[in-house]
Every structure is written in structure tokens, then in C-alpha cells.
Write a protein that binds this ligand. Structure first.
Ligand SMILES: [Zn+2]
Length: 417
């Protein structure tokens, strides 16, 4: 894998097409200028063309020369890829659950592009998807739960309206750009302030985190947009103090400790680097933390997850692929088949950030719960799967398998994970 990494780095440093693009643009400019000259005075045509020949040849030669390293790096990278993955054909899709849902995949791609801020690419993609609507090929044995969803039709019919989403994501990227590149907290604070109630209801700390960072920046004397700059070292803490007095009021109740701690730092103002408050004031990742916290809240308020589902699904799929390929081979050798639709036949270890909710395994049937067979809690507090509950109760009063309590199956409540 190290070899491959090296080749990728090489490719990134060599495959710079900017020079070639400049060359080609120069060539185009020459041709356009010549055309204009000839159209003004056709008699000049032979001379203009003759004059053009040599410089045009030169610029095209240069373009080719500049392409050389890129081509070489690309070839080498291809070879390294072949070497690394030889004898590893891509898996065949005998059980392709996605072929039933091409519109769903199109939508996932469109959404991914939109949320990555690639608005032009997204618009082109949506338009092309509309011109060439995909044809679902339902695969036998795969569930088809969403075939008639309205947005599936929307994207197939071209009525999927991305304009609003695009505007919203444009706002998000503007604010993120201000945060990351310009170190300007004002737009993010303004955004959070107009949504104080919703954010607070979600238990979000975003507004406070942003204001705290603003306080710290003023304190350590970073130049901030909208605040006067100064060379006097005591001005920073004074400005921070003034900011806290005017802005921290609403945070007093919920963040009393944190606000106190910020105020406590005042006492250490001349030497904050050696004080217990150092970690707040010299935190390199603070900007990235508020940026990702902002992205998360922004997407949540749109009803979206903070990471692109397409990215998550593809990454999880890539992690699972080797295990599933191995399984496929074993199944072929042993001539067995994987029949369970709602459950993978093997454990796929995914990183903790890919664990989105708890999994419930019924202690009676040892099966994982599904939408059709959800976990049910009996009045005694013990939980078993719905099918187990029906089997044990047979519609009458029954004893819990795990404690002496008796109840009726209709008293059991569905548990949502
Ligand atoms: Zn019980």
C-alpha cells in the first residue's frame, strides 16, 4: 500500500495540467486573433497564416512537453494499481440490490454534489439524469421498498428542485469559508443567533462555542473583522471583557461554569500561556472544531446528516467488500446460499463513527430486530422481539421468560432504537 501512496503523491505533484491548459488557451487566443484579422481584411489572409505558423507550432509543442510528466505519472500509477490489485477482479453483482433503484442512486449522487458545494456539476448531473431517465431492473430476492417514493419520480421526471437546497448549501459554504479562511466568526454567530431556540432545543452548544472563540480571539489580540486593531498588549483582554459583558448575558444560566472560567482567565492575562487556561487559549483545532460543529447543526436543521450518506455508504462498502468477497467464495465452494435478506451473514467491523444506532438481538430467538420484527418491551421492562412475543403469548396472558411477571402481549410497547 505504501508503494501506491507514493505513486498517488507523485501523480498529484506531476499531473499538474495548469501549464498545458495555459498553453492551449494561448493557442486558442492566437487563432481567434488571426481569424479576426482575416475577417477584417481578407487580403491579409496568406500573410497572417504564414506569420501564425511558427508561434502556433511552438506553443503546441510546449503543450505536449508539459503533458509529458503527467502522462508518465499516470502510466506509473496505473501500473502500481495493477500490481497491487492483480488477481483481484471486481465482484460480480449476482445479487445487485441497487439495480432496482437507479433513481435512488442518482439522487444520492446529486445530493452528494450539492452538499459538497459542487453546484454546477450537480445541476449538469440532474439535467442529464432527466434527459436519460434510468431504467430499474428489479433483482429477484431483493426488497423493493421505495420504488414509488415521490422524490424518486421527481428526479426521474426532472422535477427534483435543487435550487432551494443549492441556496442553502451556498449559505453554508459562505459561512464555512469565512470561518476557515478568513477566521471571521460573525456570519456563523449571526446564523446561530437567529436560530437560538431550535439549537437550544437540540441541546446544541454551537452559539456558545462560537462566542467563546470570539472572546478568546479578542483576548489574545487576533485581528478580527469588525473590531479595531491595536498594538497595546492590555487592549486584548479589555476588548474581550467588553465583549463578554455585552454578549455573554444569555449564556449565564446554561454555561455558568464556562463563563466563570473565561472570566477567571482575566486574572492571568499577562501570562495566559502558563496558566490553567492555556488549553482554551492555545487550541489549534478550535477553528476546525467550530466549523465541523456548525456543519453538523446546519445539516441537522435541513434534516440531513452532517456527512454525505453516499460517502458513508461507499466507505462502509469498501471496508466490507473484502470480507463479503471471501464469503462469496466460501459459499460457492460449499454450494450454500445466503438467504437472509435483512441481515449480513458475517460481522463487518466498522469504525465507531459508523455505528449509528444500537442493534437489538432478541434473547429468545437470537435474531436481530428488523422493521417487521421490532423489539417489544413488556410491562416488567424485559425486551424481546415481536415474533418471539407472539409465539410465547399466543394472544393470552403469559409469563415473561426472564422474570416471574405476567402480562398480555397487547401491553407490550415497541422499542425504537
Ligand atoms: Zn420480565
Amino acid at each position: 500500500m505504501d508503494d501506491l501512496k507514493e505513486q498517488v503523491e507523485l501523480l498529484e505533484s506531476n499531473a499538474n495540467l495548469a501549464n498545458t491548459i495555459d498553453d492551449v488557451q494561448r493557442a486558442i487566443d492566437m487563432l481567434v486573433a488571426a481569424r479576426a484579422k482575416i475577417s477584417r481584411d481578407p487580403q491579409l489572409a496568406p500573410m497572417t497564416l504564414a506569420k501564425l505558423q511558427s508561434p502556433f507550432k511552438d506553443v503546441m509543442k510546449k503543450a505536449h512537453e508539459n503533458l509529458g510528466p503527467a502522462n508518465k505519472a499516470l502510466n506509473k500509477y496505473g501500473k502500481a494499481l495493477d500490481k497491487k490489485f492483480k488477481d483481484k477482479p471486481l465482484p460480480t453483482a449476482e445479487n445487485d440490490a441497487l439495480s432496482s433503484h437507479p433513481s435512488l442512486i442518482n439522487r444520492a449522487i446529486a445530493m452528494h454534489l450539492l452538499r459538497e458545494g459542487q453546484f454546477n456539476v450537480a445541476a449538469t448531473f440532474i439535467e442529464e439524469a432527466r434527459q436519460h431517465p434510468p431504467h430499474p431492473e428489479p433483482t429477484a430476492g431483493t426488497p423493493n421498498p421505495y420504488l414509488s417514493e415521490s422524490w424518486e419520480k421527481d428526479i426521474a421526471n426532472g422535477t427534483f428542485n435543487s435550487t432551494k437546497l443549492q441556496e442553502q448549501f451556498a449559505e453554508m459554504y459562505n459561512i464555512l469559508h469565512e470561518l476557515r479562511t478568513n477566521r471571521n466568526l460573525s456570519p456563523a454567530i449571526e446564523w446561530a443567533r437567529t436560530r437560538t431556540e431550535v439549537l437550544e432545543a437540540r441541546g446544541s452548544n454551537l452559539e456558545f462555542e462560537l462566542c467563546r472563540l470570539q472572546f478568546i480571539c479578542l483576548f489574545v489580540g487576533q485581528d478580527m473583522e469588525g473590531f479595531p486593531t491595536s498594538d497595546n498588549p492590555t487592549d486584548g483582554p479589555l476588548r474581550a471583557w467588553a465583549y463578554a459583558r455585552s454578549e455573554f448575558g444569555p449564556f449565564q444560566k446554561r454555561y455558568a461554569r464556562e463563563v466563570q472560567s473565561m472570566m477567571g482567565a482575566m486574572a492571568f492575562a499577562p501570562n495566559i500561556a502558563d496558566s490553567p487556561y492555556r488549553r482554551h487559549f492555545y487550541n489549534d483545532s478550535a477553528w476546525e472544531e467550530v466549523a465541523s460543529s456548525f456543519t453538523k447543526e446546519f445539516c441537522s436543521l435541513l434534516g440531513l446528516s452532517s456527512d454525505s450518506p453516499l460517502y458513508i455508504a461507499t466507505t462502509a462498502g469498501a471496508i466490507a467488500l473484502p470480507t463479503l468477497l471471501k464469503l462469496q467464495n466460501i459459499m460457492k465452494e460449499k454450494r450454500t446460499e445466503w438467504t437472509t435478506q435483512n441481515e449480513l451473514p458475517v460481522e463487518i467491523p466498522l469504525p465507531p463513527s459508523y455505528h449509528f444506532h444500537s442493534i437489538f438481538v432478541c434473547p429468545v430467538s437470537k435474531e436481530q430486530s428488523t422493521d417487521e420484527n421490532p423489539p417489544m418491551m413488556m410491562p416488567c421492562g424485559h425486551v424481546i422481539a415481536q415474533e418471539s412475543l407472539e409465539k410465547i403469548s399466543k394472544g393470552t396472558r403469559f409469563k415473561c421468560p426472564y422474570c416471574p411477571n405476567e402480562s398480555h402481549s397487547r401491553d407490550a410497547k415497541k422499542v425504537y432504537l
